[in-house]
Design a protein around this ligand. Structure first.
Ligand code: UD1
Ligand code: UDP
Length: 383
């Protein structure tokens, strides 16, 4: 009998980070029956990723609503997963990271009795309000998880400090590096053609240094985003030699302030969220990245791109220690001052733009598969 895997995800970053794992398990189809369930907490931004990685979900819960709230999101996921779990009866359920999909799916999987595998386990800020609600999501997921796949020794240690058992934690590296290396190879291949990249080229001014911006964190909604936009505006006006490219997240709480405050500035280009290959291409072209994204903080060190992180705290201390990223919060002056420093001081820029790979070498999914093979063999021997 084949081992039954159910891989569940719902948002763009989960999809990017789970796509290589889906492919890895699919390549072992003689041993595993692997099904993909998307909650579709995100819709367009999720579909972009599925399309690039050529993944057709077996189950699509299709739950996204405009400007959705955390209450209905949580209950919709749990309720809609029940028939999927009852029909497929997976042996292993895989969830990723810290979204509401992650937390609610892990609870549903717990009710079903499946073995829960948490990919990207053990990240912590130790502040339940930052990031909100992600710190709670990953902590709750950790409580019901059977196998914790931690990206780094630091995240493993966080779990040990919570009294998780040593033999339930496996350090794998982060699967985002698997996805990134696959995509960098693809994007740099001479035969690779991507319409979105072609459409972007005429807008990029080759004489200017590109500052790439992304942002979406819930705790930055409201005044945080106003401060961020004011900083970007001042940087653009004072530095005509830079071009700010900002693929704006589809959350209406982000779209409104960003388009209201930044739409009419010559050297700021607001665009729709990019598909993953186009975003990777643009990261490589950029001089500097300003973001509050978790995934981008992990990708940038592997690309040697300095990152200013618009948050007060991070669950990813490895890149901070490596010196590639710097926390600037959402204080307008702090964002402006650090950006200017990187634009004007070569030494500072050079020190931050060295290549590092604290998040792995791109073989996280192989390690996960090997561990599950071992674990499932133990189960078959005991039966
Ligand atoms: C979610 C996650 C966050 C993750 C982020 C990645 C939660 C609570 N938040 O935040 O942890 O870092 O995704 O981007 O799990 N929308 C669309 N189309 C899309 C995606 C979003 O229109 O493809 C709009 C919808 O109006 C939706 C809103 O954005 O209701 C918010 O989406 P939601 O997933 O609740 O929050 P995010 O800010 O995207
Ligand atoms: N990303 C993308 N297109 C974009 C912006 C980001 O493909 O227009 C990718 C980025 O490379 C990273 C992931 O999306 O892998 C980060 O997603 P997001 O910032 O939405 O979520 P977070 O990582 O903060 O949870």
């Amino acid at each position: 009998m084949k081992i039954k895997n159910l891989i569940i995800f719902g948002t763009r970053p989960e999809a990017i980070k789970m796509a290589p794992l889906v492919k890895q398990f699919e390549s072992f189809s003689e041993k595993f029956e692997t099904k993909v369930c998307i909650t579709a907490q995100h819709r367009e931004m999720l579909d972009q990723v599925l399309s690039f990685f050529e993944i057709t979900p077996d189950y699509d819960l299709d739950i996204m609503k405009p400007n959705q709230n955390l209450y209905s999101l949580t209950s919709d996921i749990i309720t809609n997963l029940k028939p999927v779990l009852e029909e497929f009866k997976p042996d292993y359920v895989y969830v990723h990271g810290d979204t509401t999909t992650t937390m609610a799916s892990s609870l549903a999987a717990f009710y079903s009795g499946a073995k829960i595998c948490h990919v990207e386990a053990g990240l912590r800020t130790f502040d339940l309000n930052a990031p909100f609600p992600e710190e709670m999501n990953r902590s709750v997921t950790g409580v019901v998880t059977n196998i914790h796949f931690s990206p780094t020794e630091t995240s493993k240690q966080n779990l040990l400090n919570e009294n998780k058992k040593q033999d339930t934690i496996v350090v794998t590296g982060n699967t985002v590096i698997d996805a990134l290396l696959f995509s960098v190879d693809k994007v740099n291949h001479p035969n690779f053609k991507d319409q979105e990249i072609e459409d972007l080229k005429p807008f990029l001014d080759n004489n200017k240094r590109i500052i790439l911006v992304t942002g979406h964190r819930r705790e930055n909604h409201g005044q945080g985003f106003i401060n961020i936009c004011n900083a970007l505006k001042q940087i653009a006006l004072e530095h005509p030699e830079v071009q700010i490219i900002y693929p704006v997240h589809l959350n209406p709480n982000v779209q409104k302030p960003v388009y209201d405050l930044l739409n009419s500035i010559d050297n700021i280009k607001l665009i729709s969220p990019l598909s993953y290959p186009a975003f990777v291409w643009l990261m490589e072209k950029s001089y500097l990245i300003i973001t509050d994204s978790g995934g981008v903080q992990e990708e940038a060190p592997s690309l040697g791109k300095p990152v200013l992180v618009m948050r007060d705290t991070t669950e990813r201390p490895e890149a901070l220690d490596a010196g590639t990223v710097l926390l600037v919060g959402t204080n307008t002056d702090e964002i402006i001052n650090k950006t200017k420093e990187l634009l004007l001081q070569e030494d500072t820029y050079f020190n931050m733009s060295k290549l590092h790979n604290p998040y792995g070498n791109g073989n996280a999914c192989t390690r996960i598969l090997e561990y599950i093979l071992e674990d499932s063999n133990k189960i078959s021997h005991n039966n």
